[in-house]
Write a protein that binds this ligand. Structure first.
Ligand code: S3P
Length: 451
C-alpha cells in the first residue's frame, strides 16, 4: 500500500510532520472552509451558465483548485480574489456550447469529484479530452462512470479495460437514459446529470439510497428542468442556457466533523462552529454523534442559496458505542474515519457496516484506519464493509502516517488530542486537499484559554 503512494506527485516529497499533544482544554470558535462538494458544482455549473457569477467562500483545498484549473484549460475565464482560506471566484460562464478543447491532458490531481463530474460533462462536448490524476486517483474505480456514460452513447475509455484513469473521451451528442445507480454515489449521479443536460431526450435516475443532492439543488436554482422526488430524479436537456448564480458557499460539514468529535471526546471542551452546512444528505455524523450521547446544539438554522446552514455548539460528552449501517452510510461516508475516533473513546462497542465504499476512497480507509489507530492502542477489527471498535481502551501517542489521505491525517490529529504522550503524524500536508487551514484552526482551539 505505502509503495503505491510513493509516486504521488502533487505533494512535495518532503514528509511534513505534525506533532499533537493532549491539552487541558479545547475552546473557541471554528471558521470552516467552504464546502468542497458544493464548490465543485458551483464552479462547474457557473462555467456553463451564460454570464458572470461570483462565488464567495469557495473551498480553498487542492481538490477544488484542480477543478478550477481544468475548467480554465477548457476555456473558462475564472479569476480569484480574496484571502487564501476563503477565496472569491469570478466565473465568466461560456454558455452551453462555449467550452473549448484543452490543449493538454487535464489533471484532476487527487480529486475523484473533478474527474467524475468533468468526465460526464466532457462526454457530451464536441471535442477530445484526456483526464488523469495522481497515483491514488489513478487507482480508484472509473468503470462505474464509464458504464452509464456508454449507455448514453458516450465514447469513453480508461486504462485497465476501462476500469481506471487516465480517461480518454471523444465527446459527442448523447442520449438520455433511464438508469438505476448501482452504488449510492453522488459523483456518478452528478456525472450522468451533467451529461444529460446536453443529451437528446430525458434522463431518469433511480437511487436505491439517496446520496448528497447538491447538484440537483443547484441545477434547479440555475433554471434547469429537474425534478427530484424521493429516490427518483428526472432531468430534461437544456432548452436555454443555465442562469449564472452568485452564491456564498456554506462551511464544510465534513471539515466540521473533526471539531465535533474533538469537542465531544475531550473532557474539557466547548467549541462553536459557525456557518456549517447542514444539508440533510450530509448530516449523518451529527445524527450518529447525538445518538452516541454527544452534547451538540444546532442554532441559527437558515437557508442560503438553496442550502441549509447553522451554527453548532459541541461540549464534552460521555459517548456510548453504537451500530452504524444501512441508509445512513452515504450521509456520513467521508466522516467515518473521525467517527472511528469517537468509537475508540465511547463506552462499549461501535460497529460500522455497509461501508465497503471506504475501500475505494483516497486510501482503503478500512485498512488504514485499522492499522494507524491500532498503533495508538485502539482495539479495532476490520470487516469487509466496515469495522468493529472496542471503545474505552487507553490510547498512547506514537508515530503514525496519513497514507496521503487527508481525512485520515485530520482524524489522527483528533486522536492525538486525547492520547497519552505525543502523536506524530507523517505526511500531514495532505490536509491541504480539503482543509488547508486545519492545523492553524486546531492550534487556535488548543490555545483558546491562553490568549
Ligand atoms: C462527493 C461524493 C462522495 C464523497 C466525496 C465527494 C461529491 O463520493 O465521498 O468525498 O462531491 O459528490 P461518492 O460519490 O463516490 O460516494
Amino acid at each position: 500500500m505505502a509503495e503505491q503512494f510513493v509516486g504521488l506527485r502533487s505533494f512535495s516529497p518532503r514528509a511534513e510532520i505534525r506533532t499533537i499533544k493532549p491539552c487541558p482544554k479545547l475552546a473557541g470558535e471554528v471558521v470552516l472552509p467552504g464546502d468542497k462538494s458544493i464548490s465543485h458544482r458551483a464552479v462547474i455549473l457557473n462555467s456553463l451558465g451564460k454570464g458572470k457569477a461570483e462565488i464567495d467562500n469557495f473551498a480553498p483545498g487542492r481538490d477544488c483548485l484542480a477543478t478550477v484549473r481544468c475548467l480554465r484549460a477548457l476555456g473558462v475565464k475564472i479569476d480569484r480574489k480574496g484571502s487564501r482560506d476563503s477565496p472569491t471566484l469570478l466565473v465568466s460562464g461560456t454558455g452551453e456550447d462555449g467550452l473549448k478543447e484543452a490543449n493538454n491532458v487535464l489533471d484532476a490531481q487527487d480529486s475523484a469529484t473533478t474527474m467524475r463530474l468533468l468526465g460526464g460533462l466532457l462526454s457530451s462536448q464536441p471535442f477530445i479530452s484526456v483526464i488523469t490524476g495522481d497515483v491514488s486517483l489513478r487507482n480508484r474505480p472509473m468503470g462505474r462512470l464509464i458504464e452509464p456514460l456508454r449507455l448514453m452513447g458516450a465514447e469513453v475509455w480508461g486504462r485497465g479495460r476501462d476500469s481506471f484513469a487516465p480517461l480518454v473521451i471523444k465527446g459527442k451528442k448523447l442520449r438520455g437514459i433511464d438508469f438505476t445507480l448501482p452504488v449510492p454515489s453522488a459523483q456518478i449521479k452528478s456525472a450522468i446529470l451533467l451529461a444529460g443536460l446536453f443529451a437528446r431526450g430525458n434522463t431518469v435516475l433511480h437511487q436505491a439510497i439517496p446520496s448528497r443532492d447538491h447538484t440537483e439543488r443547484m441545477l434547479k436554482r440555475m433554471g434547469a428542468s429537474l425534478e427530484s422526488q424521493g429516490n427518483l430524479i428526472s432531468l430534461l436537456p437544456l432548452s436555454s442556457p443555465l442562469i449564472p448564480v452568485n452564491l456564498r458557499i456554506p462551511g464544510d460539514s465534513s471539515s466540521a466533523a473533526y471539531f465535533l468529535v474533538a469537542g465531544a471526546i475531550h473532557p474539557n471542551a466547548r467549541i462553536v462552529i459557525r456557518d456549517c452546512g447542514i444539508n440533510p444528505t450530509r448530516t449523518g455524523i451529527i445524527d450518529i454523534l447525538l445518538a452516541m450521547g454527544a452534547r451538540l446544539k444546532i442554532d441559527n438554522k437558515r437557508l442560503e442559496g438553496g442550502e441549509p446552514l447553522a451554527d453548532i455548539v459541541v461540549e464534552s460528552s460521555e459517548l456510548k458505542g453504537i451500530e452504524v449501517g444501512g441508509d445512513i452510510i452515504p450521509r456520513l461516508i467521508d466522516e467515518i474515519p473521525v467517527l472511528a475516533v469517537a468509537g475508540c473513546v465511547a463506552k462499549g462497542k461501535t460497529v460500522i457496516r455497509d461501508a465497503g465504499e471506504l475501500r475505494v476512497k483516497e486510501s482503503d480507509r478500512i485498512a488504514t484506519v485499522v492499522s494507524e489507530f491500532s498503533r495508538l492502542g485502539a482495539k479495532i477489527e476490520p470487516l469487509p464493509d466496515g469495522m468493529v471498535i472496542y471503545g474505552g481502551r487507553p490510547l498512547s501517542g506514537t508515530e503514525v502516517d496519513s497514507h496521503f489521505d487527508h481525512r485520515l491525517a485530520m482524524s489522527l490529529a483528533v486522536v492525538g488530542l486525547i492520547a497519552k504522550g505525543e502523536t506524530t503524524i507523517n505526511h500531514a500536508q495532505v490536509a491541504q486537499v480539503s482543509y488547508p487551514a486545519f492545523w492553524q484552526t486546531l492550534q487556535q482551539v488548543l490555545n483558546a484559554d491562553k490568549s
